[in-house]
Design a protein around this ligand. Structure first.
Ligand SMILES: Nc1ncnc2c1ncn2[C@@H]1O[C@H](COP(=O)(O)OP(=O)(O)OP(=O)(O)O)[C@@H](O)[C@H]1O
Length: 351
């Protein structure tokens, strides 16, 4: 069952939180809603669930207009950050909750509860109370509870953000597995963690200040961002001011050849642009194009070195894997990159 938001606007006390949002999630698709704090992600999700009523616009589930339906009539499962398990109920009763509310016959409830707990690897914890479970286990139970009603749409509101880094990575793999095992389930997942969004989602919707900035596959957003905002928010990016001059782009004293399809739509000759260079696509030493600069900072983060280099008064970050001893502060370096690694985006709009 697909999800469609059609021109959905929501405001609170005169502040626009969603500004005419159009978003389509295809049946069986996993879409991540990614954006900074306050960009409207949770509000968008709660609008789909039916907890927020849009001021204007319509919400469709499976092609049916559900804008006027209450949450319990929408047939969606939802998991929130705080687990929201009932503390006085055993795991099995927590998971059975939605089924009972739907009037599912008793004997069927038991088998559906077992099925839902097994999906998240919690089959042997049915008789425990939530307080007898770790945070990760509680979140697995919360996911089981959402899945027990066999929803066609699953809404996830930062379900992993209360977990520590290792558990979060483990649960991210779990969610990926669920998505593979339940190919018909449509998932909308709110997160501000780009790693989670890039790993899990078929498509990522990037929200910024109440508006949808870009909506595309993780690969496309990462390799070919269309805005400086996306470039900086999805992965890290060096954004260098540039100018279009005929069939060249001038950046930090270099001239890069461009063809019309490299340019943001509507770029006029002489227009200001930005060149997006990913820190890990830059190599030390000359390449197709080479910037020259001086190292100002060097830090080691486990598997990679981060080098900050001053190029004509601009700070350029470089990520080096496999270098035992990169040049330290004060060292003169050449930074090489290939033309294909420089993506042109419009000027302004940094995250
Ligand atoms: N019930 C409410 N009443 C008033 N303002 C609200 C309400 N819910 C959300 N807001 C405001 O709407 C804006 C968007 O909130 P929302 O929770 O959708 O953002 P978000 O992108 O999910 O942020 P975060 O990542 O911090 O959860 C925020 O400025 C928030 O303060």
């Amino acid at each position: 069952m697909g999800i469609r938001l059609d021109g959905v606007s929501v405001s609170y006390g005169g502040t626009t939180v969603l500004d005419s949002l159009d978003l389509t999630v295809e049946p069986g698709e996993f879409t991540a809603l990614l954006g900074p704090s306050g960009s409207g992600k949770t509000t968008a999700l709660r609008t789909v669930a039916g907890f927020v009523r849009p001021d204007s616009g319509r919400v469709y589930l499976g092609g049916r207009d559900v804008t006027d339906l209450p949450p319990y009539d929408r047939g969606v499962g939802m998991v929130v950050q705080s687990y929201a398990l009932f503390p006085h109920m055993r795991v099995e009763r927590n998971v059975a909750f939605g089924l009972r509310a739907q009037g599912v016959p008793r004997n069927e409830v038991a088998s559906r509860v077992t099925e839902a707990l097994e999906m998240t690897g919690m089959g042997s914890y049915a008789r425990r109370y939530p307080r007898e479970l770790s945070g990760g286990q509680q979140q697995r139970v919360a996911i089981s509870r959402a899945l027990a009603i066999r929803p066609k749409v699953l809404l996830l509101d930062e379900p992993l953000s209360a977990l520590d880094a290792r558990l979060r990575a483990e649960m991210t793999d779990e969610l990926a597995r669920l998505h593979r095992e339940l190919p018909d389930l449509t998932v909308l997942h709110v997160t501000h963690d780009q790693g989670e969004a890039l790993t899990l989602a078929d498509r990522v919707a990037v929200l910024d200040r109440a508006r949808l900035r870009e909506y595309d596959t993780p690969r496309a957003l990462y390799d070919r961002p269309r805005t400086a905002f996306t470039a900086g928010f999805v992965g890290s990016a060096n954004l260098l001011p540039a100018r279009l001059e005929g069939d060249r782009v001038r950046v930090c004293g270099l001239e890069l050849p461009v063809s019309p399809e490299d340019l943001p739509a509507g770029t006029a000759d002489g227009a200001g642009l930005q060149v997006c260079l990913r820190p890990h696509r830059i190599v030390l030493g000359p390449a197709e194009h080479t910037l020259r600069g001086t190292v100002t900072d060097l830090s080691w983060r486990g598997s990679v070195h981060h080098l900050t280099v001053d190029v004509d008064g601009r700070s350029v970050t470089v990520e080096l894997a496999g270098h035992r001893t990169p040049p330290g502060p004060g060292g003169a370096v050449e930074l090489g990159f290939d033309r294909d690694d420089a993506v042109l985006v419009p000027a302004g709009e940094e995250p």
